[in-house]
Design a protein around this ligand. Structure first.
Ligand code: FES
Ligand code: FE2
Length: 357
């Protein structure tokens, strides 16, 4: 199972708060990228390799001077447009002394970069507005994963693993026991996976943060916008609470928007950006601390499992046989959309066995 990278797409490179007046280096789809902010606050992204001898511009002693970045090896200096403006010991600057720059959009607390040869045109990244909404409180983080990107897509599209991998945090027996419904919007390229539990145990993640004692109605509605953005609309309410009103208001329930940005770094490394936005206990720091710690623990449980899986898969012959069942329907739909976005791939690299049994 190798998921080809989809180019000519937006990917999250960083949170806005990570990009500042110090250089940040990230590798995205195998491309080393330098990020920083100009003095007027604009985030810029360009190739993180000096054109002279390839020294990384994100590495000390490379440094910023005003809006320019100075290579720490011999001093080639570049503007935020990637053009070299100074070379040591000569006036003439070679015409080819310029770094590739990347289109950047800052939106919903993320710094998105466009990876590809085509221009993005009118295409904008998908939205996650809760992360900057005054009606929500958000905690977030990023964990690097030493595993291929497709493994994290599989993991997030099938939450039945919560029962086993995340028991004691977010998993209860009902998650694995309740069937899912899967829909694919082929035109928009979005995968929807829903699991509605009418009467379920309340896991500590929600019991401690909401204060609900007793059993809950728990809805998990996933929206995956491949390749990068994953949204989990989570609704919990005490059993017997009224459902959402026809106008969409839902005052009897607690809402948590769990957002992941899944950014491939290399063939076997991935950035796992995670955020948890809630519409309750907005000013309660204890709840924030609890949700941050709990979600990070849950993410690290996934990271450990997927790092193990990567080792296993890397040691196996290419065409090992998977067995898929109903819970995998969302993950298989995601793989199909990702393969379509990545463009034509040789027939023998597509898994031959994707039927659901
Ligand atoms: S490698 Fe950057 S100036 Fe020489
Ligand atoms: Fe998980």
């Amino acid at each position: 199972m190798v998921t080809e990278f989809a180019r000519n797409q937006w990917y999250v490179a960083a949170y806005g708060h990570e990009v500042g007046r110090r250089q940040l280096g990230r590798t995205i789809l195998n491309e080393p990228i330098l990020l920083y902010r100009t003095e007027d606050g604009r985030a810029v992204a360009m190739a993180d390799r000096c054109v002279h001898r390839r020294f990384p511009l994100s590495e000390s002693p490379s440094h910023l001077v005003g809006d320019r970045v100075v290579c720490g090896y011999h001093g080639f200096t570049y503007g935020p447009d990637g053009v070299c403006v100074a070379v040591p010991a000569q006036q003439r600057i070679p015409r080819t002394a310029r770094l590739r720059t990347y289109p950047v959009v800052e939106q919903d607390s993320f710094v998105w970069v466009w990876i590809g040869d085509r221009e993005p045109g009118d295409t904008l990244p998908p939205r996650a507005p809760w992360l900057v909404s005054p009606d929500y409180a958000t905690v977030c983080g990023m964990e690097p994963l030493n595993a291929r990107y497709g493994l994290l897509v599989d993991n997030l599209l099938d939450l039945s693993h919560e029962t086993y991998l995340h028991g004691g945090y977010i998993g209860t027996p009902e998650v694995a026991e309740t069937p899912i419904t899967t829909e694919v919007d082929e035109d928009a390229g979005v995968v929807y996976v829903s699991r509605h539990m009418d009467d379920a145990a309340c896991p500590p993640f929600y019991a401690e943060s909401t204060g609900i004692k007793g059993r809950i109605t728990r809805w998990q509605d996933i929206e995956y916008h491949p390749p990068c953005l994953y949204l989990l609309h989570s609704r919990v309410a005490p059993v017997g609470s009224p459902p959402p009103a026809a106008d969409g208001t839902d005052p009897h329930a607690f809402h948590v928007e769990v957002v992941y940005a899944i950014t491939p770094s290399t063939e076997n490394a991935t950035y796992d950006f995670w955020a948890v936005a809630r519409d309750f206990a907005l000013d309660d720091e204890k709840v924030s601390d609890f949700l941050r710690d709990s979600n990070r623990t849950v993410v690290l449980q996934d990271v450990a499992a997927l790092n193990t899986l990567e080792q296993v898969l890397a040691a196996e012959p290419d065409r090992y046989q998977e067995l898929s069942v109903n819970i995998d329907t969302g993950g298989l739909a995601a793989r199909r959309l990702l393969a379509r976005m990545a463009g034509p791939v040789p027939a023998d690299s597509v898994p031959s066995q994707t039927a659901v049994r």
